[in-house]
Design a binder for this molecule. Sequence first.
Ligand SMILES: [Zn+2]
Length: 238
Amino acid sequence: MPHRTPLATALPDAVSYERYLARVERAVAPLGFDREHSFTAVSVCRDELTQPLLGAIARRWDQPFNLGGLGAMPSLGRTGWRAALSHVPDDAERGRLMVFGFPHIGIGPDGEVGENLRRHQHLPTATCGAMVALLASLGQPAEPLPEGLDDREAERLRAVIEGHANGLPEDLLELTRLAAAAVDAEIWSELDALEAYRDMDIVVMCGIQIHLPDEVDHIAPTAGAFQGADGQRVPIEL
Ligand SMILES: [Zn+2]
């Protein structure tokens, strides 16, 4: 299986998404996060390949709120975040919100990082397409668009990631790692700005979702933290 070598080299911490979610479940249970009272919100890319993960999260914690835009960057804005927070169960003393953020990357049938062979296609295509497009646009002038059309999600993805680095890396894997850190920071920025911890305990878990040929998706964890009523963030180790 040619994809195993790049996976072990590039993302050695990756485990199947079911194993990852089981570890998360074990880690957050002592913090009071159970299926009945927890609410999940998930930021994944719009790519259809990301969707099976949402089903797995729903099976453990019920249906998640969808935060994500291109590259898994939360794209719902203040109004969307307010809506998500207002859906957290309120039948316990404090709510319990679990937010997941997963930029993604593919490994193709020949072990090529950054692509997947999709159903009923003959040649692999880019995964994540938004990240590959971002890399291709480095140093290039913005593409002109007809009036009334926009590319704001991609522009915002670039701006937020650039805000976390001194220049963007030219390597897709490095860019994806940077995106995972940027998504994590972006999630916390909005939660902190809305002072969500005053009403609810919060867990934010981020990682890189990896699509493999003929194998279930994997997750390489990149960050995890808990925030309780005191507003302090405590790292979660998986
Ligand atoms: Zn994508």
